[in-house]
Design a protein around this ligand. Structure first.
Ligand SMILES: [Zn+2]
Length: 268
């Protein structure tokens, strides 16, 4: 048995879009509901990693940029997102600067072999998810209990022990100038609740107002553009993170797992 730990504390250093999915699981009473919430967690983990790689290649105008833009013109399946992520990881011309090193380390070892997380997520998880999604809980609870118990600890360990998922995620809510540099006031989007940070981020890096960015806790910021956004949600009347489901010239269709909320929004 694991020692009981406060679930809010356990996810406090986990990126918000993943933390929310992890916390939602324990709020479910039945094993079928927990199992389907666990599938959401696996999808969130994959989409978050892919979003970081996609933001990097499109900003670097790298060889995969056109394919990524094309991919999101219609809502891509999870399989297509993962296929594109794996192509970027296998592309020796892809950008290697931070945070791409974190994406690479999450899925590949130094010797080029896949990590256990990659083997599980790319193969086993996708197979389970594709065979169980698309129809409701049609099996007895014992069926879901077995699958839930088997996959819970694997996915939870991947979420909590991968450096990529504990890299700081912030939302820029004000921009100022600071001696030839920029000064950004940000909200930290880690764990269960967004928290405003009093100290501004001072950096030469220019990002747009309302950008949602990975931050290396020094001068580097990577805006996740439309792939991960923090917006006011009209369904729950509060701000939270979303993943892009599709991106057209002007609009991004957003989805969020914890409340199953979807909406269209203007692009940044
Ligand atoms: Zn909402």
């Amino acid at each position: 048995m694991r020692a009981p730990i406060d679930p809010l504390l356990a996810v406090s250093n986990l990126a918000g879009p993943i933390a929310g999915s992890l916390l939602k699981i324990d709020g479910q009473h039945s094993f079928s509901a927990r199992f389907f919430a666990l599938l959401d967690l696996g999808e969130a983990v994959l989409k978050y990693a892919a979003a970081i790689a996609f933001a990097l290649v499109t900003q670097a105008n790298a060889s995969q940029a056109v394919e990524v833009v094309e991919l999101f013109k219609r809502p891509p399946t999870l399989g297509k997102i993962v296929e594109r992520l794996r192509k970027i990881l296998a592309d020796s011309s892809a950008p290697t600067m931070w945070p791409m090193n974190l994406v690479n380390e999450a899925f590949y070892r130094q010797n080029g072999k896949q990590t256990p997380a990659a083997r599980y997520l790319f193969e086993e998880f996708i197979a389970i998810r594709n065979s169980e999604r698309g129809h409701g809980a049609q099996q007895p609870e014992g069926y879901y209990e077995e699958r839930y118990v088997k996959n819970r600890s694997i996915l939870e360990d991947i979420a909590l022990s991968t450096d990529l998922f504990s890299a700081s995620l912030v939302h820029v809510h004000s921009i100022d100038h600071h001696i030839e540099q920029y000064s950004y006031k940000v909200t930290r989007l880690m764990g269960a609740f967004p928290i405003g940070i009093a100290e501004p981020i001072i950096t030469p890096k220019k990002v747009r107002m309302h950008s949602t960015c990975l931050w290396d806790k020094a001068e580097r910021l990577l805006p996740l553009d439309d792939f991960v956004v923090y917006r006011f949600c009209k369904h729950c009347s509060t701000e939270h993170t979303f993943f892009a489901d599709s991106i057209t010239d002007n609009l991004v269709n957003l989805q969020s797992y914890p409340g199953s909320h979807r909406m269209d929004a203007k692009r940044l």
